[in-house]
Ligand binder design. Structure first.
Ligand SMILES: C[S@@+](CC[C@H](N)C(=O)[O-])C[C@H]1O[C@@H](n2cnc3c(N)ncnc32)[C@H](O)[C@@H]1O
Length: 414
């Protein structure tokens, strides 16, 4: 059994954040882009779909939903708002593809449109794009290792006519970059380096990242060889990758680090490539909600471990469990409230600093600077609080509560 086989046997902690984003963002993309498309049709293309569900864990009779099930559930929800989210799935593993068809047939409401294409994403891409036609398209690429070759992503997906609404969500495996990058910087005697497959492995990354430029970038960034430098070097490579995509296609990017545990180095970067100015703002809303869910996931995991440890003590205090659960919830609420207060304070400072240089701040255009370090953590409700505090302090004009906040401009009191 390979590590990849094991992937679907246990929903990874990293999948909590990824799936949290996938539950939230595609419906927003479909709602926004479908308003002008024929029959409200929008396409979600999942290039590395998997079997649809994870294997059941523990007492579960049914496993956690994988990305395809989340997509068809979104499609069902947004059908109420006259949006037809057509889902296309590509899966290379024949058994997974079969399983996926079965799971989707069991789950999807009658009348829901989906296609499962069995085979390599690279070979199936033209057929998938023919099914997409001119509809708005959100593509999700979530491979185990390297994804589509660079040209396929930048020319076939991002190269769609610029009038067509197109976004790509790539789950970039940083751990793979730093492990394979180790082939470049390891000792001559390192067995990894002399493995016959090592040059083929490096070439696979070259194809994905669009050339061998990353080898030098990685090696230079890895120079210090300090602990954590490989993870940082992989991050540098990812940043340069996004810069190159921007230069080649005009697609900007918004990256979300995905960690196994808080304070661990990110294992993945979930990157949204977009053209439309509203995209990063909406994506941030999705990421912030997913991040809250992710923090709660770890609290629950720590709590279960704690309870389990207490049960195994010589003199277990089982009656205290309810109290421990309640205290953990109260503590979590207080930690969350403190975090939110800190975010609001940071946003307030950022707005004040920005308004030192200009008298008017368009939210949609400047939202990354407005959120600053809280990007991906804070969202609209925190921005609203910050604005209201600044208004109460007499520093900015009142916000128009009848309008969508992302379309507003914060005006300084002269
Ligand atoms: C990380 S898993 C996908 C997990 C899924 N997105 C989820 O969240 O539930 C990657 C999947 O891509 C499939 N795969 C790998 N290489 C592929 C390729 N070249 N074309 C299509 N599918 C591929 C694997 O069989 C595996 O099922």
């Amino acid at each position: 059994m390979t590590a990849n086989d094991l992937f679907f046997q246990r929903k990874q902690a990293a999948a909590v954040l990824k799936h949290g984003v996938l539950m939230r963002y595609p419906p927003v993309f479909a709602t926004m882009t479908g308003s002008t498309s024929d029959g409200g049709r929008v396409v979600y293309l999942d290039g590395y779909a998997g079997p649809g569900r994870y294997e059941p864990e523990g007492d579960e009779t049914i496993g956690a939903p994988g990305s395809p099930l989340l997509a068809v559930r979104s499609a069902t929800t947004i059908a109420q708002w006259s949006r037809d989210l057509h889902c296309i799935f590509i899966e290379r593993n024949p058994q997974y593809a079969e399983n996926l068809r079965r799971v989707l047939n069991e789950e999807a409401n009658a009348g829901l449109n989906f296609d499962v294409l069995k085979g390599d994403v690279q070979d199936q891409l033209n057929e998938a794009l023919a099914l997409v036609g001119k509809s708005p398209l959100l593509t999700f690429l979530d491979p185990f290792g390297t994804a589509l070759p660079y040209e396929a992503m930048t020319e076939q997906l991002m190269g769609r006519d610029s009038d067509l609404k197109t976004e790509v969500l790539l789950n970039l495996n940083l751990e793979m970059v730093w492990r394979i990058g180790g082939l470049l910087t390891g000792k001559e005697s390192d067995p990894e380096r002399t493995k016959s497959g090592s040059s083929a492995t490096l070439e696979r990354i070259d194809a994905f990242l669009g050339g061998d430029w990353w080898r030098e970038t990685f090696t230079a960034a890895r120079e210090s060889k300090e602990p954590g430098s490989a993870a940082r070097a992989a991050h540098t490579v990812a940043t340069e990758f996004c810069r190159r995509v921007l230069a080649a296609t005009g697609f900007q990017s918004f990256s979300v680090p995905i960690r196994r545990r808080p304070h661990h180095p990110p294992l993945f970067l979930l990157i949204l490539f977009y053209r439309h100015q509203a995209a990063p703002y909406q994506f941030n809303e999705a990421v912030s909600g997913a991040n809250a869910e992710w923090r709660e996931h770890f609290r629950q995991a720590d709590l279960s471990e704690d309870l389990e440890r207490r049960r195994n003590e010589e003199d277990p205090d089982l009656f205290g469990e309810d109290l421990i659960v309640t205290m953990s919830e109260q503590e979590a609420n207080s930690i969350e409230a403190k975090l939110e207060d800190q975010w609001v304070a940071t946003i307030t400072t950022n707005i004040t600093t920005l308004l030192d240089k200009t008298s008017a701040l368009r939210i949609e255009a400047s939202f990354a600077d407005i959120y600053g370090k809280t990007l991906g953590l804070a969202r609209e409700k925190h921005l609203r609080r910050a604005w209201d505090q600044l208004y109460d302090a007499g520093l900015v004009l009142k916000r128009d509560k009848a309008q969508k906040i992302r379309r507003l401009t914060i005006n300084r009191v002269i």
